[in-house]
Design a binder for this molecule. Structure first.
Ligand code: PHE
Length: 460
């Protein structure tokens, strides 16, 4: 490791576990526990979940491998990697830029949602949740959503936390915290799942999530399922590429990527099997939208002893999961300015973190009565927050993924790609895996993404 470090002058993960924790921390976040269940609910369940699972396996995993490998080959930020592996004047560099832009935009609204989780920690701590009954929880959430100043305050607080961690660089403290807190979140979800299997609503919920109700799926739903497979695996905007660039050359990126993909998908499905049984048992709506997790968890926990402490713990763990994702978004943006523009980490974190915080203000105000926040001012009848999410998740990330696949499969030199792939892969039969992966990236992945996009705009 030492020789690689001095040779490249770049920071690296302290261990293989460091990379796994950081990459899994990036992947598992609000996308799994907040967003996936609520968009599943809005899209009518099973068929949407099926499209999502197929996208993860056929498109997500090959791109995850491509991104981490590109990062490891390029040893640079996303823009720098495209420049190095093609040429600095090549149009491919724009693909790197697309990633930086997507990360910037995404963090601005991601942080607002993370701010809601902080607000719920505070609400639970101050007893503001146990005092209300199930019917009033939607009103609690709506009151928060429409309160501009409170949204801004929590958004700023969360961005500050994110910046403090990114300032530390590829840091020990976070690796150590992730080692304890991520398993704690998993343990808590598993406990809740066990509890929810005993609820009356578990049967209907299981059918809702895994029954194939094709009629509920729309054109936009298919695009959203594909887009979400990128969102949840942190693909299509260079996060895995950037984290891969800090990976040691001998580490096995294949088993690691498979493990992260399985873990991420497992957490998302578990979240659904926790939230929907609660929905059905308490007569709530599966299509409750962004408030789903904020309404369901307090209801379920309210029947247990120590309800308010459990609620505090749940939303704290969720905040932590959001934090390990948010730092990877900020890192994508900062890495460009550090690696390509020679900024110090401190300058990059403060300036860019500050800019993202400002850019997030309209998202924080999206449901308030602030001017220009009504739905008709945004994209296709959405407010600012939803427009950004729609644009980034459904269009920019799949486009980024498409470009990653095409670049790796058709532009990177065969020899270099092969050598990089073989290095540090302990997998038997790596030759076949390589060929299968390459064929997927050459044809199936780009064709699938292109077809889904054409379908979404009604051209198919
Ligand atoms: N994967 C994260 C989640 O599921 C979101 C994310 C996307 C983080 C892209 C980093 C990069 O919440």
């Amino acid at each position: 490791m030492r020789d690689e470090q001095t040779q490249t002058q770049r920071p690296q993960w302290g261990s293989r576990l460091g990379f796994i924790l950081a990459a899994a921390g990036s992947a598992v976040g609000l996308g799994n526990i907040w967003k996936f269940p609520y968009i599943t609910g809005e899209n009518g369940g099973g068929a949407f979940v099926a499209v999502y699972l197929v996208s993860i396996a056929v498109v997500g995993l090959p791109i995850m491998l491509a991104e981490t490998l590109l990062g490891r080959m390029g040893q640079s930020s996303t823009v720098g990697t495209y420049a190095k592996l093609s040429s600095p004047r090549s149009g491919w560099v724009l693909a790197g830029w697309l990633g930086v832009l997507a990360a910037f935009m995404m963090l601005s609204f991601y942080s607002v949602v993370a701010g809601w989780t902080l607000h719920y920690v505070w609400l639970a701590l101050s007893g503001g949740l146990t005092a209300v009954d199930a019917e009033h929880l939607p009103a609690v959430f709506n009151a928060l959503r429409s309160d501009g100043p409170v949204n801004i305050a929590w958004h700023v607080a969360f961005m500050a936390l994110t910046m403090i961690i990114v300032l530390g660089g590829i840091q020990r403290g976070l690796e150590r915290a992730a080692r304890v807190l991520m398993p704690a979140l998993l343990g808590m979800l598993a406990g809740l799942l066990l509890y929810c299997t005993g609820l009356d609503g578990f049967g209907p919920a299981f059918d809702f999530v895994f029954g194939f109700h094709a009629e509920a799926l729309t054109r936009d739903g298919v695009l959203e399922a594909l887009g979400h497979s990128f969102f949840t695996l942190s693909l299509g905007m260079g996060a895995m590429l950037t984290y891969g660039s800090y990976m040691r050359q001998r580490d096995d990126f294949i088993t690691t990527s498979i493990a992260i993909t399985l873990l991420d998908t497992g957490v998302a499905l578990m979240a659904c099997l926790v939230l929907f049984p609660i929905t059905f048992s308490y007569g709530m709506e599966p299509s409750a939208g962004p408030g789903l997790v904020f309404q369901n968890i307090p209801v379920a926990l309210s029947t247990l002893p120590g309800a308010s402490s459990l609620t505090v713990i749940f939303f704290l763990l969720l905040t932590f999961a959001a934090l390990t994702s948010a730092i990877s978004l900020l890192e994508v943006v900062c890495a460009y300015f550090i690696d390509e523009r020679g900024w110090t980490r401190r300058q990059a974190t403060l300036v860019l973190g500050g800019a993202i915080t400002l850019f997030g203000v309209p998202s924080a105000l999206s449901m308030s009565a602030a001017p220009f926040m009504a739905d008709e001012h945004g994209l296709v009848g959405r407010n600012w927050f939803d427009s950004l999410d729609y644009l980034v998740s459904n269009w920019m990330l799949p486009l980024g993924g498409l470009l990653t696949a095409l670049f790796m499969a058709w532009r990177v030199g065969d020899e270099a790609r092969r050598v990089a792939f073989d290095r540090g892969t302990s997998l038997g039969g790596a030759g076949q895996v390589y060929l299968a992966w390459l064929q997927l990236l050459r044809f199936l992945v780009p064709i699938t993404i292109a077809l889904v996009m054409l379908h979404a705009v009604g051209a198919l």
